[in-house]
Write a protein that binds this ligand. Structure first.
Ligand code: SF4
Length: 468
């Protein structure tokens, strides 16, 4: 997905920019970049590959060169960013959190309009540069950003570092969040509100869908009002989000806890203890344990010194290896126990298979699994939350294909909790992985835990619903 951070201050911004961007590291794995602007020195930009290293390691040695009071930074899951561009709107640097599905069509149109692309990432068009070109087709920044909103299929939130402040624009459906932080003499804009507390910012506001703001060191100007409709990604609370982050005023850990609590309250299975699969399963498991009245035990632990979550290779085989190596089972807490594990989701099932086997190998008597969200039936066209090339990578679709002879048949039935098709699919997953029991959260419980009206939350990957 990717995450960004921008700040504008009455004093030098590089320290806040550096740490604020770094606090988005769990959202992306490929490229890190920063750009600052100073009246005298102009724009300074740097981009590093993060596939085998960390943002802080790469940027710390050269931090002194980022001069100025305003800057933007990105942890990108796609292209090299920020892009710096000179245009009739003035010079600006831009970072995006975006997924553009019609990139080929837009590229063709822009080339036909005599525009050109200079930043080719791995031989392909850089989508952030494409967004920058769409912006420059407008007569002003607002018109240009609206051009992006109107023409892209997918989602796009962005920060523009201009010679007069930072322009903040949230995706028109609000699929990805932007939070504004404020402190004496400075404003910040970030994908994760967890970037703010240690840099002494308070949350000032949650940017609305399609809203455009201009931040200056001492003021916020609203350049475009937010849209009425919103489709914020529900998976932010389930998986992407850092526990202390808030989107739309709803805290990630609280939502995970509530959703686990509600599941635990009504679960009929008796277990000896509950454990969360680190990291995103922990909040849910703590809630489940409280709801169920069973103790929480750390029967597996994550080796955090060298396996932070952000360190996730793009290649599936390596990802499975990393997933296995960073979780270590604890025989002393597993032996002879009926244990219930909570995890965020099941995508391909590869990690689940490895985890369950190891838990039995280390003496667990029963392994029950509870999943924070409903089964993932539909691919995500808005954020690309898996690197899947095809829906068939989803375990649900593979089972549907086995049962129906066609992975696209009767999807609505498989997406309906407790329908015979749904139950059959869940039973097959449980059996295939040797689970004593398996339950997925219901969409109603998840939405209730998030606390926003269903019509404001994107749940497309669970139920195929859409309003685009
Ligand atoms: S389809 Fe799923 S992952 Fe994608 S934006 Fe919607 S809820 Fe989020």
């Amino acid at each position: 997905m990717g995450g960004f951070f921008g700040t504008i201050s009455k004093s030098a911004c590089s320290t806040d920019l550096f740490y604020g961007t770094d606090y988005n590291s769990h959202l992306g794995t490929r490229r890190g970049g920063m750009a600052t602007y100073d009246k005298e020195a102009g724009f300074t930009r740097s981009i590093h590959n993060l596939e085998s290293s960390y943002f802080r390691t790469k940027f710390e040695p050269a931090l002194d060169k980022f001069v100025g009071n305003a800057g933007i930074g990105i942890i990108s899951d796609t292209d090299a960013q920020p892009i710096v561009i000179n245009s009739h709107l003035g010079k600006f640097a831009i970072v995006t959190v975006a997924k553009i599905n019609n990139i080929d069509e837009l590229e063709r149109d822009l080339l036909k309009a005599n525009m050109h692309f200079s930043e080719l990432s791995s031989g392909k068009t850089n989508q952030t540069e494409l967004v920058a070109l769409l912006i420059t087709q407008g007569n002003d920044f607002v018109e240009g950003i609206e051009n992006v909103f109107d023409r892209i299929k997918g989602s796009c939130s962005m920060l523009l570092l201009t010679e007069d402040g930072i322009i903040v624009a949230r995706d028109k459906w609000g699929r990805t969040p932007i939070i504004i932080g404020k402190k004496e003499g400075a404003f910040a804009a970030t994908s994760e509100s967890s970037s703010l507390p240690n840099l002494d910012y308070e949350i000032d506001r949650f940017v609305g869908p399609g809203e455009i703001l201009r931040l200056r060191a001492d003021s916020i100007e609203q350049m475009r009002q937010p849209n009425e409709q919103m489709q914020v990604c529900s998976f932010l609370w389930v998986y992407y989000g850092f526990p202390v982050s808030c989107y739309e005023g709803r805290n990630v850990e609280e939502v995970r806890f509530q959703s686990g609590y509600k599941m635990g309250k009504k679960d009929e299975y008796e277990v000896d203890c509950v454990c969360g699969i680190p990291d995103s399963g922990v909040g849910m498991a703590l809630g489940y344990a409280e709801g169920k009245g069973a103790p929480y035990h750390r029967a597996i632990a994550k080796y955090t010194p060298t396996w932070p979550r952000s360190f996730t290779p793009a290649n599936q085989e390596m990802r499975s290896l990393v997933a296995k190596m960073k979780l270590i089972p604890n025989r002393a807490m597993l032996e002879g126990k009926r244990i219930l594990f909570c995890d965020d989701s099941i995508v391909r099932g590869t990690q689940l298979r490895d985890n369950v086997k190891i838990l039995y190998d280390y003496g667990a008597k029963e392994v029950h699994m509870r999943i924070a969200c409903p089964p993932l039936i539909y691919g995500c066209p808005f954020l690309g939350f898996t690197s899947s090339k095809s829906d068939l990578e989803l375990i649900t679709r593979r089972i549907i294909k086995e049962l129906e002879g066609d992975e696209n048949k009767n999807l609505d039935k498989y997406a309906t909790t407790d329908s015979p098709e749904y139950q059959k699919m869940v039973d097959i997953i449980a059996e295939r992985f040797g689970l004593s029991s398996l339950k997925f959260n219901t969409l109603e419980t998840l939405v209730e835990a998030i606390g926003l009206p269903k019509c404001k939350v994107c749940t497309h990957c669970f139920d195929g619903s859409s309003c685009f």
